[in-house]
Write a protein that binds this ligand. Structure first.
Ligand SMILES: Cc1ncc(COP(=O)(O)O)c(C=O)c1O
Length: 384
């Protein structure tokens, strides 16, 4: 099951490399990221691609993407320093988090960052003080469409159109450069129309502001591009074609500057998390489903399985008849149940000590892994 997610040679290198390494750990296949980056570039030739570093800040990934000509979107001063330490030109970096301290804005500005995202009055005021003249993306709230995604980003970010218009005027008056509107349609967004709906809202705001004498020049379409999990998704060209068609319908052949910030869509499928079965049990003699406890769980890599939001394909080399299982992690916390409602089936021959391979785990796994909850160490990553 699911072995077709990777080629035979990818499997051989993963299994050979990992044979003698103590689980759990994440393997990232760098060639996959290279291939995805090239697919993004060819399907969105008019866009600048800012990798959302939060998805996986692994050093080898950042170096690879730097070499491929990617730009970077950072969420914190720590990510910024990590990217700068690799010699990336600050002009290739945006500070995309709407929530940031004044001293971090000031530090970013001193280090050359001139592109920020904002969604409220207080932050615009701080940006005007600490990062004068910088380009600003104003983040639009788009609740209606984010609810279709598997990992919504909800109402925590962005503001309503009326407030956004006021912020643009405030930014202009305080010497900032109102550059464009950003949005995020929700992570693992499979509905292609989500982008069209958001662009429609952006175009409306562009028109209203134009009447007030302000020309916004850019749209930042965020991330949201999906990875293949248990449910497979459309290939990227389907998203690329539809978004391009929609942009043409709105702007003809003179697009505003377009930015993308893919995280999951760029690195998700490149990761294989290798774990070991610690225990298999039943709660009563008549139980039809087995509990399978593994050495990876919610706190050391599979955070996005919380509420069963992201359903990772699981592969085992064991074969034969299968039976339903509940999957849980190794800690003493009852939140550490990975899948209980969604019915996974694994071979009846699965035994304690067998390895389970969690596929498409390149994004939001290692970076979410806790430091030592219950004493379990953070997830180690190897790059192949
Ligand atoms: C501002 C911003 N950009 C990009 C991303 C990456 O999104 P995704 O991983 O869905 O591509 C995120 C994710 O949280 C985000 O907050």
């Amino acid at each position: 099951m699911y072995s077709d997610y990777y080629s035979q040679s990818e499997w051989e290198s993963v299994i050979n490399f990992s044979k003698n390494i103590e689980t759990p750990f994440l393997i990232v296949l760098l060639d996959r990221i290279k291939e995805k980056f090239n697919t993004f570039s060819s399907n969105f030739p008019y866009a600048k691609i800012y990798y959302a570093v939060k998805a996986n800040p692994g050093r080898d990934i950042l170096i690879l993407l730097k070499e491929l000509g990617a730009y970077f979107d950072v969420a914190s001063i720590y990510e910024l320093n990590q990217v700068l330490s690799l010699g990336v030109d600050p002009e290739r970096i945006s500070f995309g988090n709407t929530i940031k301290k004044a001293k971090h804005i000031a530090e970013a500005y001193v280090k050359g960052i001139r592109l920020f995202t904002s969604d409220c009055e207080a932050d615009i005021k701080t940006l005007a003080q600490e990062a004068p003249g910088s380009k600003i993306f104003f983040r639009l709230i788009i609740d209606a469409v984010t609810s279709d995604s598997d990992w919504p980003l909800s109402r925590k970010f962005g503001c309503q159109p009326r407030m956004l218009e006021e912020l643009v005027l405030q930014a202009q008056a305080s010497g900032l450069d109102p550059y464009g509107i950003s949005f995020h349609v929700g992570s693992q967004q499979r509905e292609i129309q989500a982008w069209d709906a958001a662009i429609t809202q952006v175009v409306n705001i562009f028109k209203i502001l134009k009447d007030k004498g302000i020309n916004l020049r850019s749209i930042n379409m965020g991330g949201g591009f999906p990875a293949d999990y248990v449910t497979k998704t459309n290939p990227l060209n389907v998203y690329g074609d539809e978004i391009r068609r929609y942009l043409i319908s709105q702007f003809g052949d003179k697009f505003p500057d377009i930015y993308l910030e893919p995280g999951r869509g760029l690195v998700g499928e490149a990761g294989i998390l290798v774990s070991e079965v610690v225990l298999i049990s039943k709660k009563s003699r008549s139980d039809l489903r087995r509990w399978v406890y593994t050495d990876v769980g919610i706190f050391n890599g599979l955070m996005e399985a919380i509420d069963e939001s992201i359903k990772y394909p699981i592969y085992t080399t064991k074969t034969g008849p299968v039976g339903e299982v509940m999957l849980a992690g190794p800690t003493c916390d009852s939140l550490d149940i990975i899948y209980e409602h969604f019915k996974y089936s694994l071979p009846l021959s699965l035994a304690i000590g067998d390895r389970l391979y969690w596929l498409s785990t390149g994004a939001y796994t290692a970076s979410y892994s806790s430091v030592e909850f219950n004493g379990f160490p953070p997830l180690t990553t190897f790059f192949l």
